[in-house]
Design a protein around this ligand. Structure first.
Ligand code: DLZ
Length: 158
């Protein structure tokens, strides 16, 4: 990822960044699939709305959010991929599994981004209930997949 030094007059909002030649990898967890499908669709449509070509958006699924890290690494290692967007939904249960998964994914995705020097976006919805997850997948709190795609675009303009 080449980085240009910018002065304060530069404005790098997502809508002004040319992503027409950029390649994106989406990694989508199948756990809570009905919800992650909506996140994935939101991310995909956002990339296209900002100028990405459909053939430049690659989508792979992994079984659960814990596997997002390896999925991200397998995509990020391809030189032609410019940014990776990871999407999952972790809902709190009776045990602390959610804590372990969320911490592992947050740390893991951070490491992958730093290792490959490219944006690896944490699009994990972490909620107490399924309803709260839907609120963030096209509901009253927007769509985390859309946010994740915008974040990737903004980072490509860094
Ligand atoms: C096991 C598990 C549980 C209990 N809950 C979730 C969840 O809410 N969201 C999610 O994406 N994945 C969950 N998983 C699956 C783990 O992410 C992982 O796939 C398995 O532990 C196998 O490594």
């Amino acid at each position: 990822m080449a980085t240009a030094l910018k002065n304060l007059s530069d404005y790098s909002a997502a809508q002004f960044i040319d992503i027409s030649e950029k390649k994106f990898g989406l990694v989508v967890a199948e756990w809570n699939r009905a919800i992650t499908d909506v996140l994935s669709q939101g991310a995909y449509e956002t990339l296209l709305q900002h100028g990405a070509k459909p053939e430049n958006v690659f989508r792979n699924t992994v079984p659960g959010s814990f596997e997002l890290t390896l999925g991200a690494q397998l995509l990020a290692q391809h030189e032609e991929i410019d940014a990776v967007i990871c999407l999952g939904v972790v809902i709190k249960g009776e045990t602390k599994h959610d804590d372990y998964i969320c911490h592992a994914v947050a740390q893991g995705l951070t490491n992958v981004g730093l290792k490959f020097n490219k944006p690896v976006i944490f699009g994990l919805v972490t909620t107490n209930t399924e309803e709260q997850a839907w609120d963030r997948a096209g509901g009253k709190h927007g769509n985390k997949g859309v946010e994740a795609a915008v974040t990737a675009i903004q980072m490509l303009g860094f």
